[in-house]
Design a protein around this ligand. Structure first.
Ligand SMILES: [Zn+2]
Length: 303
């Protein structure tokens, strides 16, 4: 386990959790004034540092679920980051284990909340909404489906959902009001800037997950399914920019499934990838999306 990455290297990751937990609220406090000053050009700030910090929080929340970094309070950061990501922490707790065991099948409810959609028109509409709204769409479906799902409903607690929703409003409400008061802004400037930024973040974070798993349905055992997970080639300008913006999550994602106990994401190139690992370019990924929109099914769907 430690032959590729040392314990010292893993422990050296701890500062990132503290850094994003402080940087994100500061950014949210400043964002409405950036939007008021720069209007359409504020989209540049929404991408950096906005999307950059949001995708970072999402990666680190995921690392807390796996308890990869031993020298932080994983539970505390898991909840804090989940609330700042505007998610209900119980959902990921309920679903992420099966994302690993059922990866690249319709049984993976984290990635395929609706399972297999047989009607092609509905499937195309679903694919379009998933591509445009990203995790807003998939998380919205989780909120609806998990409390009713035969496998998961016993684990779901409505009280936890109410706490999560209350904390989203307290966190973003407090920062929004403070920002409006300090910078003398209108409520609409605060609301619109947060909404646009949240959509951009939801869009980008889900693109990483879609590069890895979209339209990818594999027959076979766990090992066979793991290795079909896609990775983004790191050799073009668009690919390099995307990998930088999203913290290399897609660079060697196959390893996160094949050797899930090793914390490999911050250390690309350290752990050998399986020989059969699948790499796509951004152009190849866009072709997969195009086929999901025009035909409903992607070329990687083997049911
Ligand atoms: Zn995982």
């Amino acid at each position: 386990m430690t032959e590729y990455i040392s314990q010292a290297q893993i422990r050296s990751q701890a500062w990132k959790f503290y850094f994003v937990a402080v940087a994100w609220p500061i950014y949210i406090f400043l964002l409405p004034s950036l939007y008021a000053s720069y209007r359409p050009w504020s989209i540049a700030f929404m991408i950096f540092p906005g999307v950059y910090l949001f995708t970072w929080m999402s990666c680190l929340m995921h690392e807390c679920w796996h308890k990869y970094v031993p020298n932080i309070n994983n539970d505390a950061f898991y909840y804090l980051l989940s609330y700042m990501l505007v998610t209900d922490p119980q959902m990921y707790k309920i679903l992420h284990g099966h994302h690993h065991s059922q990866v690249n099948t319709y049984e993976d409810v984290e990635f395929h909340p609706l399972g297999r959609i047989k009607n092609l028109t509905l499937k195309k509409i679903h694919n379009l909404l998933e591509i445009i709204f990203g995790v807003i769409w998939t998380f919205g479906l989780h909120m609806f489906i998990v409390p009713r799902h035969p496998k998961y409903k016993a684990k779901f607690r409505e009280s936890r959902r109410i706490v999560a929703i209350a904390l989203w409003f307290i966190f973003y409400g407090t920062l929004g009001v403070a920002s409006a008061k300090v910078f003398s802004l209108k409520g609409s400037q605060v609301g619109i800037s947060l909404a646009i930024n949240f959509w951009l973040c939801a869009f980008f974070i889900h693109q990483t997950q879609m590069i890895e798993h979209a339209g990818l349905i594999t027959k076979g055992d766990w090992n066979q399914r793991n290795v079909t997970t896609r990775n983004l080639r790191a050799d073009g300008i668009a690919e390099k920019l995307f990998l930088w913006l999203t913290h290399n999550d897609v660079r060697e994602h196959t390893l996160h499934h094949t050797v899930v106990k090793i914390y490999s994401r911050p250390f690309p190139g350290k752990v050998p990838m399986p020989q059969e690992a699948v790499y796509v370019s951004m152009t190849q990924y866009l072709a997969i999306l195009r086929q999901m929109l025009t035909k409903g099914y992607s070329p990687d769907e083997h049911v």
